[in-house]
Write a protein that binds this ligand. Structure first.
Ligand SMILES: Nc1ncnc2c1ncn2[C@@H]1O[C@H](COP(=O)(O)OP(=O)(O)OP(=O)(O)O)[C@@H](O)[C@H]1O
Ligand SMILES: [Mg+2]
Length: 105
């Protein structure tokens, strides 16, 4: 399992969110964040608002998810965002006790 963490522009969130659902990636977590990339923000503020999506997926879905995010969030200009892929040791659905891939979706 991997956690795909994507920090994207707020204006792209609806599109990315809908596209993920469309390819069968339904459960996810999303929240507003503040951050900066290599440009260091825009003076006098060094933090810019973005949206963050976190979705834990089975290894075989990582490429699909990354492709969907890029396709719906890339404008080709600085600030399009970034994706981090993080190993996840286990997942547990509280209601049933299912673990691993079976607990995801
Ligand atoms: N190395 C990092 N660690 C943690 N968060 C990061 C990192 N790089 C970028 N971010 C987060 O991602 C957001 C978007 O980054 P951004 O798209 O500006 O990346 P970048 O590396 O500056 O690329 P670009 O040149 O395309 O702008 C930042 O506002 C920040 O929240
Ligand atoms: Mg940047």
């Amino acid at each position: 399992m991997k956690k795909v963490e994507a920090i994207i522009r707020g204006k792209d969130f609806d599109r990315v969110n809908r596209a993920l659902k469309q390819v069968g990636i339904v459960p996810l977590t999303a929240y507003p964040v503040q951050g900066r990339g290599i440009q260091g923000g825009v003076p006098p503020y060094d933090m810019l608002p973005k949206m963050k999506i976190e979705v834990v997926v089975k290894d075989s879905d990582v490429k699909k998810v990354v492709d969907v995010i890029i396709r719906n969030a890339r404008s080709g200009t600085p600030g399009d965002g970034k994706i981090f892929i993080v190993p996840v040791e286990d997942a547990i659905r509280i209601r049933t006790g299912e673990r691993g891939n079976k607990a995801l979706y």
